[in-house]
Ligand binder design. Structure first.
Ligand code: COA
Length: 171
């Protein structure tokens, strides 16, 4: 049985991520989406919100589950009993970092292999930050995320903008 991990921050999950999840879930028996509690980024969504949102948009995929993790990816993979880490490559610029990460993880755990899928060309420029930025300025993100995620992002951005307005008025 092949169990794989697809790790990321998913703040929020985009159609580019979904493309990788849908394709890789067909290649393995079980796919666990590992959602990083990332201390180096300031996420828009809490870890609970991110995991709930991913569960919702992947509920049609029977062999996909979602777990939050902290610390080293390779420890998470070992704890889950996974032998494969799935990563998406969007452009050449991703390659150097991904290679370094894959090589290091292989030294740390020789039994865990990293498998790369090329991201659908349609999403090769996409990132969660771009989605948040467009939404922050009131732009249309419907091409980049599912309708459910679009609604969640809009609600969150609206709440954040009105908090900022309140702070400016109260200064
Ligand atoms: N489609 C669209 N966007 C994509 C994408 C795809 N297929 N793949 C990646 N992206 C986006 C992500 O949304 C992210 O956007 P953001 O920077 O605006 O948030 C960006 O590209 C970078 O993605 P990624 O490299 O997957 O970063 P991440 O923060 O989502 O995840 C981890 C990085 C979790 C894999 C990595 O930090 C990690 O393993 N951390 C644990 C600590 C560890 O083990 N470190 C040692 C490694 S050797």
């Amino acid at each position: 049985m092949t169990r794989a991990i697809y790790p990321g921050s998913f703040d929020p999950i985009t159609n580019g991520h979904m493309d990788i999840i849908e394709r890789s879930s067909k290649m393995v028996d079980e796919l666990i989406i590992g959602v990083l509690i990332n201390h180096s980024k300031s996420p828009l969504f809490t870890i609970e919100e991110r995991t709930d949102m991913i569960r919702k948009v992947t509920e049609h995929l029977g062999n996909v589950s979602v777990k939050a993790f902290d610390g080293l990816l390779i420890d998470f993979a070992k704890n889950c009993g996974a032998s494969v880490i799935v990563r998406g490559l969007r452009a050449v610029t991703d390659f150097e970092y991904e290679l370094q990460m894959a090589q290091t993880n292989r030294v740390l755990a020789p039994n865990v292999d990293t498998v790369f899928l090329t991201t659908n060309l349609k999403y090769s420029y996409l990132s969660s930050s771009i989605v948040k930025e467009i939404a922050g300025f009131g732009g249309d993100i419907s091409e980049f995320v599912s309708p459910y995620i679009e609604k969640k992002v809009k609600e969150k951005v609206k709440g954040k903008n009105s908090d900022e307005q309140d702070r400016t008025i109260n200064k």
